[in-house]
Design a protein around this ligand. Sequence first.
Ligand code: M6R
Length: 608
Amino acid sequence: MCGIVGYVGKKEVVPILIDGLRRLEYRGYDSAGIALLDKGNLTVAKSKGKVELLDNSVNRSHYSGTVGIGHTRWATHGEPSVTNAHPHTDCSKSIAIVHNGIIENYLELKEKLIKEGHKFRSKTDSEVIAHLIEKYYKGNLEKAVLSSIKKLKGSYAIAVITKDEPHKVVAVKCGSPLIVGIGKEENFVASDVPAILTHTRKVIYLHDYDVVVLNEKKVQIKNIKGKNVNRRVEKITWDINAAEKGGYSHFMLKEIEEQPDVILNIIKRRIDDKRRIFFDELKLNKNDFKSIKKITIIACGTAWHAGLIGKYLIEKHARIPVEVDLSSEYRYRKPPSIKNELVIAVSQSGETADTLAALRLARHNKLKVITVCNVIGSSMVRESDSVIYTHAGPEIGVASTKAYTAQISIFYLLAVHLAFLRGVIGRNTEHKLVKEFEELPKLITRILNNKKDIESCAEKYKQASSFLYLGRNINYPTALEGALKLKEISYIHAEGCSAGEMKHGPIALVDEKLPTVCIAPKSVTYEKMLSNIQELKARCGIVVSVATERDNIIKKHSDYVIHIPKVNEDLSCILATIPLQLLAYYMAVAKGRDVDRPRNLAKSVTVE
Ligand code: M6R
C-alpha cells in the first residue's frame, strides 16, 4: 500500500528519490518523505500529502548526498501527518527506515522497547523497526536488520540506512513487494519497476526473507540465516513511456484508450495463424485439463468481477462447474476441496493480501493454482503452480481499466481453449469464436471515437447523488463493475444489481432523480432488460441505456443511449465496459476529483 525506494551510487540522490516516489504514488499518497546521508549526517525531509508537496518543500540545493531512501504512504496506523510520515528514525537519529506493510505485533514490541528506554515519536507500527534495529546495532547494519526481522510479525518491505555506514542501503522483504535494480556503479531498491526504470532495466525480484545489502558496486542477497543466496536477474522489456501519461490528462484515460492495443497484444501472444488458441506457459497438460471437475476463482474488487464473467464463459463453453469467491471470504470460510479441482487466482498486481492468502490456502489444501496476473514476478506469480500473464502493460491509475478487459479476454480464450481440449467443441467452432474475438480492437476503437457522447452524458447527470447499474447474465458483472468505477473515482454512490433482482428491492430507490444505467445489448436477455427499462420509466426513473447500435426500440424508452457495436453476447461485456469506464472518468473530471489518486484508496491492497 505504500511505495518505497532506495539508492546508492554516485549521483545526487534527492532527484532520484523524488522521481521514484512520483512513479510509486499510485501505491499511496497520504504523505511522502526521504532520508539521505549527507557528509556524515542523516537528513530527513517529510511532508503531508502528495510527493509534489514534498518536492516543493525540499530545497534541493540544501541537500547533497548519494545514498538515500524514500517513502510514499497509504496510512494504516496513525493519521496522515508529518510526524507519522516515513522515514522513521531511531532515538539517536542515526538510523532511518522506510516500510511498506503492517507490523502486526508492533504494540507488544513498542511496549517492550519503551520499557527499555526507547522514545517513540509517531503513532505508526513502522517506527518499532527503527528502534529494534537501533537495539541490535553493533556496527553491522545487515546483522541488526536480520536480528530485528526475527522479532517482527506481519508483512513488510523495509529499506534502511545509517550514518555509521554511509555507503550502503540494506533492505528486506516479507509479504510486501520489493525489487532490486542493478545499474552501473549504482544500485536501487523499490516497491515496483517504474520507480527505477529510467535508470536500469536489470531487475531482481526478491523472495520473502531475502535481506539485500547494496553499495554502489555490489548487490549481496542473504537469507534469514545470513547465508548468501543467488537470485535471477531479469530484463524489463517494456518502456518507461508505458508508465507515463504521454500527453493524456490522466493515467486512467490513457489506460482506457490503450485497450485496443492490449487486446491486439493478447491476440498476438495467444492465437496462432490458424486461429488456434495456445497457453504455452501453463504447466498443465491435456489430461490435466480433461480431468478438471471444478474450478474455483478467487479475486478481489474489479478482478473479482472479471472472475464472475469467467464463470459464465467457462461454464457455457467448457461445461465445467465454476465457483467464484471473494478472496477475503474464501480464506476464512474453510472451503471443502474436491479431487481435480483447479483454482484460478485473478489479480492485476499479484500482491493483493487477501488473494495471496486465499491462494496459499488453496495450495495448502493441495489444489493446483493458476494465477491470471499483470505484474511479472509478483508474489502470486511466484507462489502459483502456473501463471497466465495478461500483458496489459503497467496500470498506474488506481481504477483498474485495461487490466480488467485483459482479464476477461484471457477468460474468453481460456474457456474456448478448455472447451476444445475437453472435446466440447471442435476446431471449426474454436476458429469462429476466435475470429469474433479478433474483431474487438476495431470495435473498441469505434466506441473510443465516440467519447464526446459519453462526456455529454456525464455532464448531463453529474449532479445526481446516486446511480443504479443493471445488467443480466454476462452483463450482470458489467453492472457491478460500472458501479464500482463510478463510486471509486467520483465518490458518487452507485449500486450494481442483477436486473432480475430489481423487483426484489432496488426498485424502491427509483424516482425522478435516480439515473439507472441499463446494460442492454442485443442478447438472449434483451427482452427482459427492455421490460426492466419500461418498469423504471413507469416510475419516472431516468434511464441511461448501453445498447447495440441501431437499436431504435430502446431509444424510445431511454433518456440517454450510449451505443456499442454489435458483437457476440460473450464479448458484449468487454464492449459495454468501455463506455462505463468513460462515464465514470468524465463524471469524476466534471466533479473535479483526483481521478488517478482517489481518496482513501491505493492501487495495490497489500494489507488485509
Ligand atoms: O491487484 P488486484 O487486481 O488484485 O486488485 C484487486 C482490487 O483491489 C482492485 O481491482 C480494485 O478494486 C480497483 N481499485 C478497482 O478499480
